[in-house]
Design a protein around this ligand. Sequence first.
Ligand code: NAP
Length: 247
Amino acid sequence: MTKTILITGASRGIGRAAAIIAGRKGWSVGVNYVGNKLAADEVVDAIGAAGGRAKAIQGNVAIEADVISMFDQVAELGKLDGVVVNAGIVAPASPLIDMDIERMRSIFDINILGAYLCAREGVRRLARSRGGKGGSIVLLSSAAARLGGPNEYVDYAGSKGAMDTLTIGLSKEVGSEGIRVNAIRPGLIETDIHASGGQPDRAQRLGVTAPLGRPGTADEVGESIVWLLSDASSYVTGACLDVTGGR
Ligand code: NAP
């Protein structure tokens, strides 16, 4: 069945992969980005070429007015069926003892507050009691929520623990509204995020320690995201799915 979805942070990495896989299913996709318009436009073109419809939507998930505007814009593609709360950042590796407040605030603002705002706006539009169709919300957590990120980013790991907790609570809150809420916990996935944390080789270097002996690809995570959005997962809610190669 054709769906209309919004993916935050869909210009690159995991969000991009999920957006293009959704496009191959003929879905309509709101492609959110914060600064990289060229990359978002490329994803919109790829979705169109794959058989879907798409619109690039600029907005910072940590700014409430931007988040509301993103959801208003995706409505131009159709009535909402699902949201992927994907946008997230890391900062350079550091023990907590050396972290300054600006770093921690930006991690928590984007990864936690941004995710809660996007989940809230998604519920407001999907809830049957508000005239919505019901649907699926997928939150991007991380294996770091389980592992803790010691000496690298306990701030980031904590922000992902919040995604797991939000998944548990919100899934119970909105099940009766016809909304499923699940999280994906990716492991070491080859995307730009590692370079943005100052370790471009991180996924390759540490990926070999996973039981499957390699890092994962954005497409491998994207497939799991699209499955959780699709009707094939209709009885799955409140789940945190590890996509980690066993890590
Ligand atoms: P990425 O390659 O660095 O891409 C980040 C995406 O988020 C870009 O599209 C970027 O937009 C967007 N973005 C960043 N800040 C934003 C903001 N404030 N508002 C809106 N969009 C924003 O990241 P990724 O590796 O695909 O990660 C995606 C998600 O998976 C994140 O939540 C991450 O924590 C999680 N994850 C990743 C891994 C991994 O190994 N890659 C592992 C576990 C969990 P622009 O292009 O405009 O900058």
